[in-house]
Design a protein around this ligand. Structure first.
Ligand SMILES: Cc1cc2nc3c(=O)[nH]c(=O)nc-3n(C[C@H](O)[C@H](O)[C@H](O)COP(=O)(O)OP(=O)(O)OC[C@H]3O[C@@H](n4cnc5c(N)ncnc54)[C@H](O)[C@@H]3O)c2cc1C
Length: 394
């Protein structure tokens, strides 16, 4: 008997042999051992918010929805250990109750902690690394069904595992470096696209977190800045900003936005210095070849890090992402934009749509082979792969 699984946008579906929901680490180990005995592939699902087919399998899908919550905190280092399946909205709330906050967050908080870091999920701000860059430890269930604590393993295992798409094993618990809880002041404003480009460097430099969305039909930019404030807000959900305006609140209530309409997305990480030129080319492409396109383009910044498969590996980064209504085709437009990104040594977001081959990825990631070797040593029979991942990594 097969079950049906679909990702958030509905574009990726799968018929796994079964979906398992372990309720303890021992259960999880047993679920992995069972699959290995049967010789079927094992993929883990977080919240299914990836657009790329990285969860889909005909083997077993393991969901960690029943392994959630804050395990412990270390007040001396501000580190927190969480069950890997904890949804970000729950994680950040429980961290807040413990006096902590994540250093940065992305556009939404519906992902699981492990799902988010496994693909390199990020927010914006040139001084802030992506979520995986804050991971200081994790416990992994390996293909042998053993528990591997990265503190006891070779340091390269943690560097590899931070962004590893579930290919090194199933993460059961994760330790993440946090900040004492803090408040953010948010401001949103609009300008023409031309003005956004003129003031881009100044806006990035003047704010801790800055991004803009470009709306092609109107050729307008909607800007968003977030800066820490010493103000101590009340413990309430601040009213959402629907357009230009300002608000203040605890960080975990300010970072995430609602995403009501389903879409598909492609995003590339580019060397920071190439960001403005690359965006200008995407804008020209849309205005000349896709003049009716209405979905926005998002522009963000991310600090460099050293995780082997991190899209921000070794370089200050700009990310540019394009979107399309989930009910409509995205391929012609996304592929035309990807051709621009390829000219600038772009690296695809692992959780989003792309058409890279193994050769392209090998060229983009200096430690691609080192990662692949480590993957093979931890999972020689490739149980944590799927046909899609085998093509890229085996
Ligand atoms: C509306 C929307 C907004 C988004 N906004 C942003 C954004 O602002 N910034 C950004 O960078 N990305 C963003 N994304 C992309 C998203 O953050 C990533 O695709 C993320 O990986 C999804 O997390 P998830 O929990 O749904 O994981 P899934 O999509 O379910 O899984 C992602 C990967 O993690 C692996 N995995 C999950 N759990 C485990 C585990 N316990 N152990 C080992 N591997 C595991 C899976 O096998 C898979 O390879 C957005 C996506 C959507 C749909």
């Amino acid at each position: 008997m097969t079950e049906t699984w679909a990702n958030w946008s509905g574009a990726v579906t799968a018929e796994p042999r079964r979906i398992e929901r372990p309720t303890s680490e021992e259960d999880l180990q047993e679920a992995v051992r069972r699959a290995v005995r049967e010789g079927i592939d094992v993929r883990v699902v977080g919240s299914g918010h990836s657009f790329a087919p990285i969860v889909a399998t005909r083997g077993v899908i393991i969901s960690l929805d029943d392994l959630q919550g804050l395990v412990s905190t270390d007040p001396a280092s501000n580190e927190a250990t969480l069950w890997a399946g904890t949804k970000l909205y729950r994680a950040t709330h429980e961290l807040w109750e413990a006096g902590l906050g994540l250093e940065n967050q992305g556009d939404i908080d519906m992902q699981s902690v492990a799902g988010a870091f496994s693909t390199g999920t990020h927010g914006t701000g040139p001084a802030f690394g992506n979520i995986p860059s804050k991971i200081t430890g994790m416990r992994l269930v390996t293909a042998a069904g053993d528990l591997l604590d990265t503190r006891d393993a070779h340091p390269d295992v943690l560097r590899a595992a931070r962004v590893s798409l579930g290919m090194l094993g199933v993460v059961s618990q994760v330790t993440i470096a946090c900040l004492p809880r803090y408040a953010l002041h948010e401001r949103r404003w609009q300008t023409t696209a031309a003005e956004a480009m003129e003031r881009l460097a100044a806006n990035v430099a003047a704010n801790e977190h800055y991004e803009f969305f470009w709306y092609p039909l109107a050729d307008m930019a909607e800007h968003k800045s977030l800066n820490t404030t010493p103000e101590v807000p009340v413990d309430e959900e601040p009213p959402p900003l629907e357009g230009p305006g300002e608000r203040t609140g605890w960080s975990h209530r300010i970072y995430p936005s609602a995403r009501e309409q389903k879409f598909n997305e492609m995003e590339y990480s580019l060397p920071a210095e190439a960001g403005p030129e690359c965006f200008a080319l995407v804008r020209d492409l849309m205005r000349t070849q896709f003049p009716k396109w209405s979905w926005p383009v998002e522009y963000r910044t991310v600090a460099a890090d050293d995780a082997m498969l991190s899209p921000a590996y070794g370089r200050a980064t700009v990310t540019i992402s394009v979107h399309q209504d989930a009910r409509r085709p995205h391929e012609p437009y996304f592929q035309a934009v990807e051709a621009i990104f390829n000219r600038y040594a772009g690296r695809p977001h692992w959780g989003k749509v792309h058409w890279q081959t193994r050769d392209g990825l090998r060229a983009a990631y200096p430690e691609f082979e080192a990662f692949s070797e480590l993957r093979r040593s931890l999972d020689p029979s490739g149980r944590f792969l799927s046909p899609y991942l085998r093509d890229l990594f085996d």
